[in-house]
Ligand binder design. Sequence first.
Ligand code: 2HA
Ligand code: ZN
Length: 271
Amino acid sequence: MKDIFTAPFVEEMKRTTANMYRLGWDERNGGNISLLLDTDEVAEYLDLGHVIRTIPIGFEAKALVGRIFIVTGTGKYFKNVEVDPETNLGIIRIAEDGCTAELLWGYKDGGRFTSELPAHLMSHMARLEVDPQHRVVMHCHPTHTLAMNYVHELDERKMTHTLWEMCTECIVVFPDGVGVLPWMLCGTNSIGEATAAKMREFRLVVWGMHGIYGAGKTMDETFGLIETVEKAAQIYMLTAHLPRINTIRDHELRELAEFFGVDYRKDFLDL
Ligand code: 2HA
Ligand code: ZN
């Protein structure tokens, strides 16, 4: 059996949480990540017959039975994952009943997965239906994206359009746009269901006045999506109070999308 502390997926969780913390996206216990793992790969590191304990997940995730995830812990700080992954992360398998998580590793202090597990698992189910290669769900509180929520309409067409205008690469990176939810109580099945409904259409979902969710095939893709939105939101916040003299026009956004061959939300442009 290989040493779990050297597993690429543990390394990736450590590296990503550290990056997000240093970017200021995950203050205190803010943010959470779940990564769908390959069962055969996990078997190289863990005895899959050994369940440490079981934890109820609070809803039924039938479509994920048998699937294994590495997930950040509730109340845990991203800044601490790097130094103590076994306390701050856990590897769980969705049990046969679809309602229980079997802990295979981690949450060493008796902890459990993020309170946002409903939003994560429901988003995984939604994304896997539209993209079998999907693997990652990531949530955080990026500063400028959050600031933008207070001064920009929480409308997905308008917000996507504004973000696309802020950096040339935006429409190429997230041609599917950004879904937007109003402020909702977090940690609930309801916000999970609302997030998953948006995830059928978008890989990015803004939680009004809270933060953002990203989904992707890899950690880099997902991180890159959020990073690009955050950069655009930063440009917006640096310029929103100034007279706008120049902008990228809608016909130029279309030109970009067509040149790079991306399937973009044509209904989000005024052409
Ligand atoms: O886990 O970010 O939304 C802390 C949060 C809740
Ligand atoms: Zn949050």
